[in-house]
Design a protein around this ligand. Structure first.
Ligand SMILES: *Cc1c(COP(=O)(O)O)cnc(C)c1O
Length: 406
């Protein structure tokens, strides 16, 4: 810790900045208050939310659920993933993207990332396809859309179901089409760190009516009131029938009301996140010791995460030291993510290190800087100053540093 003594001394009384934070205004509070006086669950706010999600994403159908993990689980079930099926998933993501495959008895197969965009690399996916492959779970990491053209073509050629984990990507477009209307099923999360929130919440969107009906039924125990789906149809008004094993993954009307209100602000949230991203990108382009995430031109991205990636070959420190120094400077960064198969649970399942070299290298070098709607320009500039200070301190080539860091 000795070396860190120079950090944290300037200027006094700054509040620590975390990597993400929700933004709640008076309209959100009014919407929730109103919902508390109506049906608390299974009421009209759910349909209202689903319509709003269809408008935002351009999808035909939306099914709102209790969280993003539930959305992924239901999508994996609706896709029919089962025992012995292989499903290809990005190695750099939150564990839930792969866990949903395990929930269904399937086997996650980890694809490597593109070293510059950090998104799943279609070339890596192609090499992993076997006769047992049933689908792909592709994550729009940091909010940037995956390479849909290449992935959809692979899915078409091999008869795979394409699930998009768009937990980071509400508001993003690919070639002008909103995320949510492109893959077979798209899953969203509305956890408070995400771009819009319902506290806990999630959704699956799809254009396929058959998948939609199945998702609806699985959300509520596998119980149906639709006579066509019953083994023993009757016209008794009270009758409903459980036709398969589902769950209670419903979202409440209280949460739905909050999210309807939040979605109205999505264009502003999106614009602010883009502006902050541009501000960081411009500043860090001047710092040789760090690397700026590359954007593909097809993606018009609403960034959920801003990743700072260090270049260890130009620094006399590792990611841990860089991260700790930023922390001392009141920039409370986070790391997204440990390659999923490095988790000890996956290790016990037999996954070994070395599977995805780009993902593993990325993990040694990355950290997420503060990025959220309420972050002011002044705060963003504090983050930039902190990064420059730490990079200058640890730079191997101090002369070059001095010129670019003022
Ligand atoms: C947040 C997140 C999830 C899970 O969402 P929850 O709503 O927290 O269950 C899944 N995948 C990714 C990539 C996420 O970031």
């Amino acid at each position: 810790m000795e070396k860190l003594a120079i950090f944290g001394g300037t200027p006094a009384c700054r509040n620590p900045l975390s990597y993400g934070k929700q933004y709640i205004d008076g309209e959100d509070i009014a919407a929730v208050t109103e919902a508390l006086c109506g049906d608390l669950t299974c009421g009209p706010k759910i349909g209202e939310l689903e319509q709003a999600l269809c408008r935002v994403t351009g999808a035909k159908y939306a099914v709102a659920v209790s969280n993003g993990t539930a959305a992924l689980h239901l999508a994996a079930m609706a896709a029919g993933f089962g025992q012995g099926d292989e499903v290809i998933v990005s190695a750099v993501t939150f564990a839930a993207s792969a866990n949903c495959i395990l929930y269904c008895g399937g086997k996650p197969v980890f694809a490597d990332i593109d070293p510059e965009t950090y998104n799943i690399d279609p070339k890596s996916v192609e090499k992993l396809i076997t006769s047992r492959t049933k689908g792909i779970v592709a994550v729009d990491f940091t909010g940037q859309a995956v390479r849909h053209d290449e992935l959809r073509e692979l899915c078409r050629r091999h008869g795979l179901t394409f699930i998009e984990d768009a937990a980071h990507a509400i508001g993003t477009r690919y070639r002008g089409r909103p995320v949510g209307s492109i893959a077979d099923m798209t899953c969203f999360s509305f956890h408070p760190v995400k771009t819009v929130t319902s506290g806990e919440g999630g959704a699956v969107t799809t254009d396929d009516e058959r998948l939609y009906r199945r998702l609806l039924r699985l959300r509520s125990h596998g119980i149906t009131r639709n006579r066509e789906e019953m083994a023993h149809p009757t016209d008794a008004r009270w009758y409903n029938e459980q036709v398969e094993l589902g769950y209670n993954y419903r979202i409440t009307d209280i949460q739905a009301a909050l999210l309807v209100s939040q979605l109205k602000k999505l264009p502003e949230f999106s614009a602010r996140r883009k502006a902050l991203t541009a501000r960081y990108d411009a500043a860090f382009a001047q710092v040789p010791e760090v690397f700026v995430q590359r954007e593909i031109p097809e993606s018009d991205t609403t960034r959920h995460l801003y990743i700072l990636r260090i270049r260890p070959e130009l620094l006399s420190c590792d990611r841990r030291q860089f991260f700790d120094a930023l922390w001392m400077e009141n920039v409370h960064s986070q790391v997204h993510y440990l390659p999923v198969y490095w988790h000890s649970y996956y290790e016990k399942l037999g996954y070994e290190k070395g599977l995805c070299p780009n993902a593993e290298k990325y993990y040694q070098e990355a950290m997420s800087l503060p990025l959220y709607y309420g972050l002011t320009d002044e705060e963003a500039d504090q983050v930039i100053a902190a990064v420059k200070k730490v990079a200058a301190y640890y730079a191997k080539d101090r002369t070059q540093s001095a010129a670019s860091r003022t």
